[in-house]
Design a protein around this ligand. Structure first.
Ligand SMILES: [Mg+2]
Length: 222
């Protein structure tokens, strides 16, 4: 019924919409800026969104504070953003597919890149801790070991007690999600969502997945 013995997932834009996380963090930052200035949240939040749309992630807090003539410690705002308890939820197909794997007693795991504090707060907000047989947040390993380094894949496959060939990695970002998984012998699946930074990206064959899907439910053979 399923092609693999174990399903290993990326987190951001694979299981939930990362833009929702960013917006949730911006709300917390807007609240903080409002509490320390004469502006209201409704003044600040739209400015953060507009700056994000205009120039992407990077120096949004700097730029908005400068534009609104607010002097605040930017490092503190970054802390507020990172330590925010996000309001996010799983994509519906992710919810259904993870439940399906559990019912079928198929192993599932997570490999996610990013700042440890942020990634673990997403995992907690999505209530994912009990759902996976193994979770690797590469931020816990150090920045040298983020995808596409082979260590996180190795760790998870060992932890699941599987061979690489029995596992598939499912992610959204061809820059880093599939190249190493493929080299190690794992299957690879690219999920293409309606929203996300990498959805329209096409790279050379070695970076792309074996298969592209638009819903995780396509992985269940009917
Ligand atoms: Mg991702």
């Amino acid at each position: 019924m399923l092609d693999y013995k174990a399903y290993i997932f990326d987190l951001d834009d694979t299981l939930y919409c990362e833009h929702e996380y960013v917006k949730s963090g911006f709300k917390a930052v807007a609240e903080e800026i409002a509490s320390q200035s004469n502006y209201s949240i409704n003044d600040v939040y739209p400015q953060l969104l507009a700056m994000w749309k205009e120039s992407g992630r990077g120096k949004i807090f700097d730029d908005v504070c400068k534009m609104m003539n607010i002097e605040l410690d930017i490092a503190h705002l970054v802390d507020v953003y990172r330590s925010n308890k996000p309001i996010i939820s799983l994509y519906e197909d992710a919810q259904v597919f993870l439940n399906f794997l559990k019912e079928e007693r198929v192993k599932a795991a997570l490999i996610t890149d990013g700042n440890s504090l942020m990634q673990w707060s997403k995992i907690k907000a999505l209530n994912l801790e009990g759902r996976f047989d193994c979770i690797v947040v590469t931020g816990d390993l150090g920045s040298d070991f983020w995808k596409p380094h082979e260590l996180p894949y190795k760790k998870v496959v060992e932890c699941l007690n599987m061979s690489y060939e029995q596992c598939v990695y499912i992610g959204d970002n061809p820059n880093k999600d599939f190249i190493t998984a493929s080299k190690l012998g794992m299957g690879t699946v690219r999920i293409i969502r309606d929203v996300g930074d990498h959805m329209k990206l096409t790279l050379s064959k070695e970076y792309e997945a074996d298969r592209n899907i638009y819903s995780l439910l396509e992985l269940i053979d009917k």
